[in-house]
Design a binder for this molecule. Structure first.
Ligand code: SAM
Length: 283
C-alpha cells in the first residue's frame, strides 16, 4: 500500500524534499488531515471505473483518496512546479491522469472524453465562483459536484430568497443543481492554514431545471439585473435596464409581481414568471 499523503509529516516532507513554496496567488492550501480527505472522497460516491475530474490536485492528497476508490481520475493542475511532485506521489496509481492546464481555459468536455463524470475538488479560492459557473453553464454531462469552498461561498450557494446573502450565485447553483452543505473544515486541516473556515458542498446536477422558462438567456438577464442594484425596487431596476415604463407595467401585470419588491426576494419561480412575461412582450 502507498504512503498516505494526507498527514502533516508527509506533506512537510514533500514540501521540503521538492523545495516547494506554496503560492498564495494560486490558492495553494494543502489538506493534511486524513479524515477530511476521506470524507470528501466518500461524498463523491465513486465506483471503480467511474470518471472523476479533480481541479487543482496540489501534491496529490485528495487525488490519492479518489484513486483508492478505483475511479478513473483526471486531475488538472496549473502550477508547473507541482508536476514532478505529482509524478512521484501518484506513481503507483495507473488510474490517475494528470493534465497540465488552466481549468478556466481547457475544453472540459473534450478532456473528459464526452462521458458523464463527477467533479471532486478542493478549489483554489481565488476563482471558486468562475469555476463553478463554468461547470454549470457549459451544461457538461456532470452528475455530481463535490467541492470544498470558503464557508461564506457555500452559504451563498445554498441561500434562500430574502436572505442577505441570496444572490446571482444562489439562483444559478439552485437552477442547475440541488446543493447541500455537507460539513465544515477548520483552517488547521490545511498547510498553510487559510484565514477562513471552509465547507464541503455537494451538488447533484438536475436533469431538468426546476422552473421551465421560454428563454434561459433572458432568465439570467433578469437575475443579473435584480442583483446588480440590490437596494432598488424591482420597477426601478427594470427602468435602469432601459425598459420603457409601459413595458415595465406590462411585465409586472403579466407576471403578477409587485414592482415595489426588491429583486433579492424573488424565488426561482418568480424570476421565471418575470422572464417569461418579458419574453412574451418582445415576441
Ligand atoms: N487538492 C489539493 C489539496 O486538497 O491538498 C490542493 C488544493 S489547493 C486549495 C488548489 C490547487 O489548485 C493548487 O494546487 C493550485 O495550484 C491549483 N490551481 C490554482 N488555479 C488553478 C487553475 N486555474 N487551474 C487548475 N488548477 C489550479
Amino acid at each position: 500500500k502507498d504512503v498516505d499523503l494526507a498527514k502533516p509529516e508527509v506533506v512537510h516532507y514533500i514540501v521540503k524534499r521538492f523545495g516547494l513554496h506554496m503560492s498564495k496567488k494560486l490558492g495553494q492550501n494543502f489538506l493534511i488531515r486524513h479524515s477530511v480527505v476521506a470524507d470528501i472522497a466518500d461524498a463523491a460516491r465513486l465506483e471503480p471505473g467511474s470518471p472523476v475530474l479533480e481541479i487543482g490536485p496540489g501534491i496529490g492528497t485528495l487525488t490519492q483518496a479518489l484513486a483508492e476508490t478505483g475511479a478513473a481520475v483526471t486531475a488538472v493542475e496549473l502550477d508547473t512546479r507541482l508536476l514532478p511532485v505529482l509524478d512521484k506521489t501518484l506513481e503507483h496509481y495507473p488510474n490517475v491522469r494528470i493534465i497540465h492546464g488552466d481549468i478556466m481555459k481547457i475544453d472540459i468536455e473534450e478532456t473528459m472524453g464526452h462521458q458523464p463524470f463527477t467533479v471532486c475538488a478542493n478549489l483554489p479560492y481565488y476563482i471558486t465562483t468562475p469555476i463553478i459557473m463554468k461547470l454549470l453553464e457549459q451544461k457538461l454531462p456532470i452528475e455530481r459536484i463535490v467541492v470544498m469552498v470558503q464557508k461564506e461561498v457555500a452559504e451563498r450557494m445554498t441561500a434562500r430568497p430574502g436572505s442577505k446573502i441570496y444572490g446571482a450565485l444562489s439562483v444559478s447553483v439552485q437552477y442547475y443543481t440541488e446543493p447541500e452543505i455537507l460539513f465544515e473544515i477548520p483552517p488547521r486541516a490545511f498547510m498553510p492554514a487559510p484565514e477562513v473556515t471552509s465547507a464541503v458542498v455537494a451538488m447533484d446536477v438536475r436533469k431538468q431545471p426546476p422552473v421551465a422558462v421560454l428563454e434561459e438567456k433572458r432568465f439570467f438577464q433578469v437575475v443579473k439585473a435584480a442583483f446588480s442594484q440590490r437596494r432598488k425596487t424591482f420597477s426601478n431596476t427594470l427602468k435602469s435596464a432601459g425598459i420603457r415604463k409601459e413595458d415595465i407595467q406590462q411585465i409586472l401585470a403579466d407576471s403578477g409581481i409587485d414592482g415595489s419588491r426588491r429583486g433579492e426576494t424573488f424565488s426561482l419561480d418568480e424570476f421565471a414568471a418575470i422572464s417569461d412575461a418579458w419574453s412574451r412582450l418582445i415576441q
